[in-house]
Design a protein. Structure first.
Length: 129
């Protein structure tokens, strides 16, 4: 798969997740098995905003053909989603997230592996003095 395909996939996942938490924060929290107090709902909306922003940024980068940008995007996704994977595993094991946590962890892992593969096979950008 090309990096453009991975960027589009992650953009859609992030924008859909973001819109879900923006428009339906209570339902989003309930799906995770968490409490729905007003503070949690506010944080769910902030989470939705950040996810939508990230997806929108990735969507806007989908047609960029610069190897340096590809390497930067892949690096950011690998680090960010690896952290997300670790957090999701930890919170699921501690019982703070219900069994849906395993599916989310799997999605994080797929994205880390996909973007990691792109990162490893993207040649170093050539710069001229």
């Amino acid at each position: 798969m090309k990096i453009r395909s991975w960027i589009i996939f992650k953009a859609w996942v992030d924008m859909i997740t973001g819109l879900g938490f923006l428009l339906f924060p209570t339902q989003g929290i309930i799906i995770w098995g968490a409490e729905t107090d007003p503070t949690a709902i506010a944080f769910a909306r902030f989470f939705g905003q950040v996810m939508f922003l990230l997806g929108l940024m990735l969507w806007m980068l989908r047609n960029v053909h610069d190897a340096r940008v590809h390497k930067a995007v892949a690096s950011a996704v690998v680090v960010g989603d690896a952290v997300g994977f670790i957090i999701t595993i930890r919170e699921t094991l501690e019982g703070n997230i219900n069994a849906l946590g395993w599916a989310i962890a799997a999605l994080f892992l797929v994205l880390v592996l996909g973007f990691g593969y792109i990162l490893l096979r993207t040649p170093e950008p050539v710069t001229t003095p």
